[in-house]
Design a protein around this ligand. Structure first.
Ligand SMILES: [Fe+2]
Length: 455
């Protein structure tokens, strides 16, 4: 009989941490790995030390799982904790003098390449540089220029190669915009005026703008001794902001219905100069549900949903794909649900970040990868089955691709019963299975990753 029933969700089943670091070579491949997929797939996620309960899914120590592909072969798998100050000796993030040690963090959310470096990210701290073999180099503050945390969701401008990102603060400045040059130098930092400290997990860019999400999940000092000091606040309101990237023009704010968005899909400017943002939207009740499931403090169903008990009862902790259109001519935002299926981790062809995209890919409830065609409004799915848990599906364009969906999706899929994991490679055009790499161990459910091709 399983003892998992006594454990929190994040220590159970397919989310349970693994106890150690291992290496394996010569992995079994089913199907045919394309020769041109030569590089590394790295994926980050929380993995508390053995016997420890992090108290919240989001606060386990970062562990990166890596798979090396080379000319049709799967050469190795290895997993490594990011060797942060937090892992070394549980150094406090908040020092006694009320300053923050931004190297004393979990570095558990994403791992990205930029300017020849591989960075493990968590939003409240400095990035940690990793080697291609997954050894930890150390924290990176870009030569002392970075004085805030760094979101785990920076956006690379596909035209300029710059990396745009932000940091949020608990005590002010609450929001700071940053820009790294294509060669990795921090060349701009700009404080942004927002009413208060919120959990801002993601943002979006367009060709000419940055899109902010100022949403009602607020920092609460009284919760600071808990694991994630944020709670829903009906009184905060919800706004999207459009800020010119070039020059120092003001942010234009658009009120929207209260919701929470961990992840955007993409954003672009349309022919009328409107800013269009796609994202995975949690209703207030859905946010409350997922925040509670992942270990966060939840005291009540937000009023916006409490008015309708039927809605509240039917709510699950799932997000739905939505599109917001922000019209500077009217100052109004319009909002449209693109589907009613529960989805998360939207991805797109990163060469179109900030530009009009036709396709989004998501992981979906019921154990599926769903592809949205935003031109036709249709969607297709690769149904893996309810007992399978796919993660974020990273899009890798084919060499010389002409169609936007010419390429592959890469995702780690785990059996919910804890039996094992595979790196699944899917043809993005028709969602057929291209290849599967059997991993030598179960990989816990995690957050985000990247395909890092050989230079
Ligand atoms: Fe994320």
């Amino acid at each position: 009989m399983s003892t998992d029933t006594d454990r929190p969700l994040w220590l159970s089943g397919h989310m349970a941490p693994v106890p150690d670091e291992i290496d394996a070579v010569g992995l079994e491949v089913t199907g045919t790995l394309p020769d041109e997929l030569t590089g590394r797939y790295f994926r980050n996620g929380p993995n508390p030390l053995p016997g420890n309960d992090s108290g919240h899914w989001f606060t386990g120590h970062g562990m990166i799982h890596g798979v090396r592909l080379n000319g049709g072969r799967a050469e190795w798998y290895r997993n490594r904790w990011v060797r942060t100050k937090k892992l070394a000796d549980n150094s406090p993030f908040l020092r006694d003098d009320l300053t923050f040690d931004r190297a004393a963090v979990h570095a558990n959310t994403h791992v990205i390449p930029h300017a020849g470096k591989i960075l493990a990210l968590v939003e409240v701290g400095f990035p940690y540089e990793m080697t291609p073999e997954l050894e930890t180099v150390g924290p990176c503050d870009f030569g002392g220029r970075l004085t805030t945390g760094m979101t785990a969701h920076p956006k690379q401008d596909p035209v300029t190669g710059e990396l745009l990102f932000f940091g949020y603060g608990f005590m002010g400045p609450y929001l700071t915009y940053h820009r790294l040059s294509a060669d990795g130098e921090l060349v701009e930092s700009r404080d942004i005026d927002v009413p208060g400290p919120t959990m801002m997990h993601d943002f979006a860019i367009t060709e000419n703008h940055v899109v902010w999400m100022d949403l009602p999940v607020v920092f609460d000092l009284e919760l600071v001794n808990g694991s994630m000091p944020f709670r829903w606040d009906d009184g905060y309101g919800a706004r999207l902001g459009v800020m010119p990237r070039h020059g120092d023009g003001p942010v234009r704010w658009f009120d929207i219905d209260p919701c929470y968005v961990f992840h955007v899909g993409n954003a672009h400017e349309d022919e009328q100069g409107r800013v269009v943002l796609d994202g995975a939207r949690y209703s207030p009740a859905a946010f409350t549900a997922i925040w509670s499931e992942t270990g966060g403090p939840v005291s009540e169903v937000p009023a916006a949903d409490a008015k309708d008990p039927a809605t509240a009862a039917a709510s699950t902790g799932s997000a739905r794909l939505h599109r917001w259109t922000l019209d500077p001519a009217t100052g109004k935002a319009t909002e449209e649900a693109l589907d009613d299926r529960g989805v998360e981790f939207p991805t797109h062809d990163d060469t179109r970040t900030g530009h009009r995209h036709r396709y989004l890919y998501t992981e979906a409830d019921g154990g599926a990868i769903v592809k949205y065609d935003l031109r036709t409004g249709s969607s297709t799915a690769l149904e893996l089955g309810a007992d399978m848990a796919p993660g974020e599906a990273v899009f890798v364009p084919a060499e010389g691709a002409r169609a936007e969906d010419e390429g592959w999706l890469m995702t780690i899929v785990s059996d919910r019963a804890g039996k094992g994991s595979e790196l699944l490679v899917v043809n993005a055009a028709d969602l057929s299975r291209t290849a599967s790499v059997r991993l030598p161990r179960r990989v816990p459910a995690g957050f985000h990753g990247s395909w890092i091709p050989d230079a």
